[in-house]
Design a protein around this ligand. Structure first.
Ligand code: NAI
Length: 479
């Protein structure tokens, strides 16, 4: 059984509810279940200690139990203060054979509505194995990877920079945490990093951080970029957000989307899914873009494209999907209509400048319910901000549905097996899974949807220069 120090979640009595939803989700996650069957005899992750920092939802629960069924030991935290589903967290801690009185599942440190101090404490706990650190990290947004790297950096320097040097609240909390850690054990993070065989990263923003760390020579272990598997970003980012964006807006505000003027900032994979779902609801959608290719795509898809500034007087809903910072600032919100809804579906809360909004002269925050606030400007008008500027599909709703997460997480499982069993073949750097593995993930999801493939004849395969069994495209193909 787990001891009380081995986990921290909201309420273990929610475990039964969580278990029922996990069982229902399994049926909708054919990729993960097929991998469990495929590796039932061989347990390729036997002995692997895996730390996860990824939204602790029902779907993630199925991922965690898949990693365990492949032999891994797992510790988990969420990668967002609002995204945990408390019943899923409880079910994972209790485990299929435990009880709330005698939990014997997986150590989870996550609950919905953490403070930033809680959040980083949970991340640190998930990385704290009895005798060191993990072998592998499953990351979403890169916070677990960042904590390890900062820890190593400050241990090398022998000191942690003063909190006054922090440029964000997150950074301040991380500096404080690492200062305590350095005082307790000046070699902790060096020990941790030596055991790590690699990380598999879930999302665009985390992958961006990894490439940047590698470019500047800071990256300390190999990384697999799961996001850029085709069966991840062209599915989760797009079709997942097509489902969960409007779910979050509706649960948060119950506003009728049809007929409204809606702005989607960014027309990458996430923005494409968002715009499509809003149009499906009958909204008039305008896209903002910096990239001429994506702007042209938006135009060809029938959306108008304009700068946000032009849309401020008419927009009823503004959604950010860029992964960039300060896309919507306080001055923008100051010029919006009364009760315009502002939400972010990108990874971090600086995409809407929340710090700037809080500091706006005369502004008043009026909480409506958890994850929904009215921000009242001195002139009397207010905007509705969802999830305090953090990703609204996980804060105001329950994130992506199981089926699409099965495609993402099948990539995660394959990446973890790669790093654990063939990690030495991956140099420090950022790698993608081979095309065959990407195609394999897609294949695992076809039958459930009644998809029947056409089989190429050997002559046809030779004519287009592929093998009958794939891969069917060169690496540079863009789908
Ligand atoms: P992407 O790189 O495909 O698309 C982002 C687009 O935003 C690009 O086309 C870029 O040109 C545009 N952009 C950047 N700055 C802009 C600005 N100031 N104004 C207008 N457009 C701008 O990235 P992707 O995959 O669409 O991801 C976007 C964000 O969503 C990332 O932070 C990612 O981590 C996150 N994400 C969130 C999910 C969720 O469930 N909430 C799921 C998947 C990704």
């Amino acid at each position: 059984p787990l001891s009380a120090d081995d986990f921290k979640v909201a309420d273990l009595s929610l475990a039964d509810f969580g278990r029922r939803e996990i069982q229902m989700a399994q049926h909708e996650m054919p990729g993960l279940m097929a991998l469990r069957d495929e590796y039932a005899g061989s347990a390729p992750l036997r002995g692997a200690r895996i730390t996860g920092s990824l939204h602790m939802t029902v779907q993630t629960a199925v991922l965690i139990e898949t990693l365990v069924s492949l032999g891994a030991d797992v510790r988990w935290a969420s990668c967002n203060i609002f995204s945990t589903q408390d019943h899923a967290a409880a079910a994972i801690v209790v485990g299929p054979r435990g009880t709330p009185q005698q939990p014997c599942g997986i150590p989870v440190f996550a609950w919905k509505g953490e403070t930033l101090e809680d959040y980083w404490w949970c991340t640190e706990r998930a990385l704290a194995w009895p005798d060191g650190g993990p072998d592998l990290i499953v990351d979403d947004g890169g916070d677990a990877t960042l904590l390890v790297h900062r820890g190593v950096e400050y241990e090398k320097a022998g000191q942690v920079p003063p909190s006054s040097s922090a440029t964000s609240k997150d950074e301040e909390v991380v500096l404080n945490l690492l200062r305590r850690s350095l005082a307790e054990d000046p070699n902790r993070w060096n020990t941790v990093v030596h055991g790590i065989r690699g990380v598999s990263e879930e999302t665009t923003t985390g992958v961006l951080r990894l490439y940047e760390m590698h470019r500047t020579g800071q990256l300390l272990f190999p990384a697999i970029n799961v996001n850029d598997s085709v069966t991840k970003s062209k599915f989760d980012n797009r079709y997942g957000c097509r489902h969960s964006l409007i779910d979050g807006i509706k649960r948060g505000t119950d506003v009728l989307i049809g007929g409204k003027t809606v702005v989607v900032c960014g027309y990458g994979d996430v923005g494409k899914g968002c715009a499509e779902s809003l149009r499906g609801q009958g909204a008039k959608v305008t896209v903002t873009e910096a990239d001429p290719i994506c702007a042209l795509q938006a135009a060809m898809d029938g959306y108008s494209v304009a700068p946000l500034e032009d849309m401020l007087p008419t927009a009823d809903i503004v959604v950010t999907a860029t992964g960039n910072k300060h896309v919507v600032h306080a001055e923008h919100m100051a010029r919006m209509k009364h009760q315009a809804i502002v939400g972010n579906i990108g990874h971090f809360d600086n995409e809407i400048d929340m710090a700037g909004l809080e500091a706006y002269p005369g502004i008043e925050r009026v909480p409506v319910k958890p994850q929904v606030d009215l921000w009242q400007f001195p002139d009397g008008h207010a905007v509705v901000v969802l999830s305090e500027g953090r990703l609204l599909n996980l804060g105001n709703a329950t994130g992506h549905p199981s089926f699409v997460m099965s495609t993402s997480f099948a990539n995660q499982v394959i990446a973890q097996i790669e790093l654990f069993t063939r990690g030495h073949e991956y140099a420090i750097g950022v790698h993608r899974l081979a095309k065959q593995l990407d195609e394999k993930v897609a294949r695992l999801h076809l039958e459930a949807l009644g998809v029947r493939l056409t089989r190429l004849t050997p002559e046809q395969a030779a004519y287009i220069g592929v093998s009958v069994n794939g891969p069917y495209k060169p690496d540079h193909y863009r789908y």
